[in-house]
Design a protein around this ligand. Structure first.
Ligand SMILES: NC(=O)c1ccc[n+]([C@@H]2O[C@H](COP(=O)([O-])OP(=O)(O)OC[C@H]3O[C@@H](n4cnc5c(N)ncnc54)[C@H](O)[C@@H]3O)[C@@H](O)[C@H]2O)c1
Ligand SMILES: [Zn+2]
Length: 348
């Protein structure tokens, strides 16, 4: 089994191994003295994986209940979290009890947020089943929900006590979501790891996905260890996200997936920085080829002026400037505070 240790305020392990989901109960028993467990999952993942997880928890002496919400980002709201509180209270969960988030980033963010606030905070375990959740959202302790004014506007930092990654679950993940997760994988290569980037070029990532997941969570772990609350270095994880987020917004979070928007964002910002002489020549070409290889788009018909304006509108509260994440070359990144007034000029 691969073990990645996270040294945040409350340290925890990320375990990676095929078939691990069937041992969830035993692994959780090692780190938790809870008697009751609520497993929170969505309606798709429930059908495939809830049975094994609940069985394993029961076999290990936990009194287990299941909370299922309709799959999809639309469920990631306060009303669903409120239903979770009701469920946990009616199940008489105490402060010592435990929440298990089983599913993609939506289940993880929402169950984590419910755990961070129920009785002022109880323990939770992440069992991520989408590629995005396995390489990104299950690590780092960001939890939260969307409100009508914007995505992820309400939330808390709440670290899990354990993350259980079973790469076998990716066998049932629709290809669309595999591609989505690959955008984040490419991002890690771009910002921190030219060797990972090269591996993604030379091999088929899906054939060595266990290695790739371990590498990605290790990179995220290192960044989060040094900057748990995003005061500095953690911002590097937003490479491609500033412009990507604007694109998602322009399409009302429906036209493009998050990963597709991030891929286009990485290409756009690198096109600008390479042209400005900040990024080593040839970097853009490498990113474009890799995005294409993993079925990700590299451009979009949306107007660049509108993208910049949407970005500015988004960041106004941040005081007239935006922290752009730029590459020096593949594997080396930095942030540059850019006045919003210069942003449009920079990317056109
Ligand atoms: N907390 C963080 O640091 C962080 C980081 C990145 C993204 N996020 C959040 O993550 C969310 C996106 O995550 P996501 O892409 O995993 O979305 P998701 O949770 O909606 O999962 C995507 C789809 O895949 C299905 N699915 C998941 N695992 C499956 C499996 N093994 N087999 C079959 N179907 C499966 C789900 O039911 C869903 O339909 C967003 O809300 C985003 O804001 C959070
Ligand atoms: Zn992302």
């Amino acid at each position: 089994m691969r073990v990645v240790k996270v040294q945040t305020n409350t340290p925890y392990d990320i375990l990676i191994e095929r078939g691990l989901i069937k041992n969830a109960g035993r692994l959780i028993k090692n780190v938790s003295g809870a008697s009751k467990v609520t497993v929170i999952t969505d309606s798709n993942v429930e059908k495939i994986y809830a049975h094994d997880v609940v069985l394993s928890l029961n076999e290990n002496g936990f009194n287990t209940s299941l909370f299922v919400f309709p799959a999809g980002e639309k469920s990631k709201n306060l009303s669903a979290v409120s239903d979770m509180y009701d469920h946990m209270a009616e199940f008489h969960m105490s402060r010592k009890d435990l929440v298990v988030a089983l599913g993609g980033g939506v289940a993880g963010d929402m169950a984590g947020f419910a755990a961070s606030t129920y009785m002022r905070g109880i323990d939770f375990v992440q069992i991520p089943t989408s590629l995005l959740a396995q390489v990104d959202s299950s690590v780092g302790g960001k939890t939260g929900v969307d409100i009508k004014q914007g995505k992820n506007l309400v939330g808390a930092f709440h670290q899990p006590i354990l993350v259980i990654i079973d790469p076998n679950t990716l066998k049932t993940l629709p290809e669309y979501y595999i591609n989505d997760g690959m955008a984040e994988v490419i991002k890690y290569g771009c910002i921190k790891d030219d060797a990972l980037f090269k591996t993604l070029e030379d091999k088929n990532a899906l054939e060595i996905i266990d290695d790739v997941i371990e590498r990605c969570v290790s990179i995220k772990r290192d960044v989060v260890n040094r900057d748990e609350k995003e005061a500095g270095e953690r911002m590097l994880l937003n490479f491609g996200h500033t412009l990507g987020h604007s694109l998602e917004k322009i399409y009302n979070f429906e036209g493009l997936s998050h990963g597709q928007a991030v891929a286009i964002g990485m290409v756009m910002i690198t096109k600008a920085s390479e042209k400005a002489g900040i990024t080593e020549k040839g970097t853009l070409e490498k990113i474009i080829s890799l995005c294409k290889k993993y079925n990700l788009p590299i451009d979009d018909k949306a107007d660049i002026g509108e993208i910049a304006k949407t970005c500015a509108g988004d960041k106004k509260a941040g005081g007239g400037s935006v922290n752009l994440v730029l590459l020096k070359k593949i594997g080396e990144s930095f942030t540059r505070k850019t006045p919003l007034s210069e942003l449009e000029n920079f990317i056109t």
